[in-house]
Design a protein. Sequence first.
Length: 257
Amino acid sequence: MAPRTASRGEDSPRDGRPPRLTVALVRGFRGLRGQVRVELLTDHPEDRFRAGARLFPEGTDERLTVAEAVPVADGRGWWLRFREIGDRTLAEERLRDRYLEIEDPGEPREPGRWFWHELVGLAATSTAGEPLGEIVDIYRAGGAEVFVVRGPRGEFDVPGVRGVVAELAPERGVMVVDLDSLALDARPVDDEDYVRPRDRRPRKQPRRRPGAPAPDAVPPGGSDRGPEPPPTASEPAAAASSDPGEPPSATPPVPDA
């Protein structure tokens, strides 16, 4: 699981609340009883979504108790139903495009993998040593983490894949980017006409503030997992994780362990 927060280091409780990990993103609805289809951001859906487990819509204290959870038979993700939500209308009103979180269980993570909150705030530089700014946000698209970097060139997206992320080194506070593989001359994110990919984090959800809850982490490429560690200096990074979110590994980054 990879806590997703805008602060560096360990996630800190807000108003006395324990830190949280993001484990799923609501993607759709089915039937009349309020079932929701979620994209996994954890590597342990059987544990995170067991009957009786408690989840929270991102940024709220509203508790949702899992009444039913089954894998999607003909696709990716899981179908969840909550005791507190009895019909589809209520489910759509309260959960559409929402991230779902759990209280941090305090489980150890694998070496070489990091939580999202450990990556937000890292300095970004090019392989030539040019300062590019810092990571201000992370989201998942196309099965991989995408780092949002803000700096002298404006705000732009860096796919957490090998060949683009040359090195991800949280212990040194830096992510190294191969600019030759990144078309920074393309339309910048801060262009008012720019539209992010469909899988971009729902725009109506405000960007997480420092100290806010973060997602679980998973192996590279997983969204119910934490970001995986990007490659070392000699090995390009892959993806990060979120437990959707576990921590990224030393290879490309990806999200819940």
